[in-house]
Ligand binder design. Structure first.
Ligand code: F6P
Length: 461
């Protein structure tokens, strides 16, 4: 294989450039050319198919910086419908026209679905990414547990999971952590800590919303910031228990910090922040504000008198506040854990293509004896019998719903990822770069401008 394509699809993460970098460096060593397709599958639909040669003379272009967040290739949630054979054939023809012999797609579950039809024409492999940490399995036979159609949950497409393994064995997890997750947690934890002290001073209840559509991994990881209550989408909210805990904590410490994953579900199993859900172009539910909904509920349940009787001189509406960590979780410089493992997974994707694999996913495994190591999984192993890929949910043995905290096993799950996740380089970078006087004198230099200068087209527009 002499020339391969690479693209980034779905929501971005801070570690995408690191994955591309790892792939390109490995390709340099194997004397393979790498062509970056601009804006994911959307780039292939464009008749001009904008693309960039990432390693002329087998040397990585300087614009590809593994320490920079986002993706120099651009990303989109546009996918090619596998039933639209005309569009699919046209995309394949374009890839062939520029001499591509294999494809690396960097993405999550949507990207595997986008890759699948293309893998019938080209060897294609997936290098995983997602801040939600939901691309993977708790154990290998988990997809076979999806059985019943029409569970009634808004966030489920049409299957529900039957009871599975009660206790998780950490070494059996497929894709222990996905690139982007550690940096998202790094940002969320700092957010929790910063909001904590202001809630503490003003005797307020803070409700902090973190990302994670269906999986509560970011909320679980936020436990490093020591929030008082963590709520994850996997466990339906028990509002009486939450109110009781909030009252006890507020009476004790005069403030409360709650973290919730954006996809938390109410007692009927429907997402709290998307009662009348709309969807994005990829069909994902758009969440409109679970934290705001929980605030409304707590305001009603506690009432103004609760705060006044405690001499707070504030009504419930101002004593309870919400903050979304939002897209700061998805952007910026990746921390060392993500940089290192993302680039390893990118390199592994190139090796898989070189070995003649197709429709495979490069994975990051962990075991107590080996630590983190690379492996690979056929993409179809992630699908249930109807072909659907479900987000990996936080396993029930990782979370204690009575204490609203990670369980002992949940703590054991987090430790290998985060203990040395921040490198000295990360700290030094912050010290040297954040208040660099040069930042005052120069405008932000967008990589989009530099990549535009290298852009190639099938037929120049
Ligand atoms: O799937 C990754 C993710 O970051 C989710 O956690 C979040 O709900 C979503 O993307 C936000 O997507 P967008 O920025 O495209 O609205």
């Amino acid at each position: 294989m002499k020339r391969i394509g690479i693209l980034t699809a779905g929501g971005d993460t801070p570690a995408l450039n690191a994955t591309i970098f790892g792939a390109v460096e490995r390709a340099n060593a194997l004397k393979m050319e790498v062509i970056g397709i601009i804006k994911g599958f959307g780039g292939m639909i464009d008749p001009h198919m904008p693309h960039v040669h990432l390693n002329p003379l087998f040397s990585t272009i300087p614009e590809l910086d593994p320490t920079s967040g986002g993706t120099l290739l651009g990303a989109s949630r546009t996918y090619i419908d596998e039933n639209d054979s005309e569009l699919l054939q046209a995309a394949v023809k374009r890839l062939k026209a520029i001499g591509i012999e294999g494809l690396i797609c960097i993405g999550g579950d949507g990207t595997i679905n986008g890759m699948q039809p293309i893998s019938k024409f080209f060897p294609s492999v997936l290098a995983p990414k997602t801040i939600d940490n939901d691309l993977g399995l708790n154990y290998i036979d988990e997809p076979n547990e999806y059985a019943e159609k029409n569970s009634g949950h808004l966030a489920d497409k049409n299957t529900s999971q039957l009871p599975g393994h009660e206790e998780l064995k950490l070494e059996e997890i497929i894709n222990y952590a996905t690139p982007g997750y550690a940096t998202a947690v790094f940002v969320a934890v700092q957010g929790v800590r910063r909001i904590r002290t202001t809630a503490e001073s003003h005797r307020r209840i803070a409700i902090i919303e973190v990302m994670g559509r269906q999986s509560g991994y970011i909320a679980l990881g936020s436990s490093y910031g020591q929030p008082d209550i963590i709520l994850i989408p996997e466990v339906q909210l028990d509002l009486d228990a939450i109110e009781k805990r909030v009252r006890a904590l507020y009476d004790l410490q005069k403030h409360v910090v709650i973290v919730l994953g954006e996809g938390v579900r109410n007692e009927n199993g429907n997402p709290l922040g998307a009662v009348n859900p709309s969807v994005d172009p990829a069909g994902n539910l758009l969440f409109q504000g679970a934290a705001e909904e929980l605030k409304k509920i707590l305001c009603e349940r506690l009432g103004d008198d609760y705060f006044r009787s405690r001499r707070r001189f504030e009504n419930a509406d101002s004593a309870i506040f919400t903050r979304k960590i939002g897209h700061t979780q998805r952007g910026g410089r990746p921390i060392e854990f993500d940089r290192f493992h993302a680039s390893q997974l990118g390199g592994q994707a190139v090796d898989l293509l070189k070995q003649g694999e197709n429709n495979m996913v490069s994975t990051l495994q962990w075991s107590p004896s080996k630590g983190f190591y690379l492996s690979a999984l056929p993409a179809n192993k992630l699908r249930d019998r109807w072909g659907e890929i479900h987000p990996r949910l936080v396993h029930s043995s990782l979370y204690d719903p009575e204490r609203f905290q990670p369980s002992r096993l949940g703590i054991n799950y987090l430790i290998p990822i985060f203990t040395n996740a921040i490198g000295w380089g990360d700290m030094e970078h912050m010290r040297a770069d954040l208040f660099n006087p040069g930042n005052l004198a120069t405008r932000y230099q967008s990589v989009n401008i530099d990549i535009q200068k290298r852009m190639l087209y099938l037929e120049k527009p």
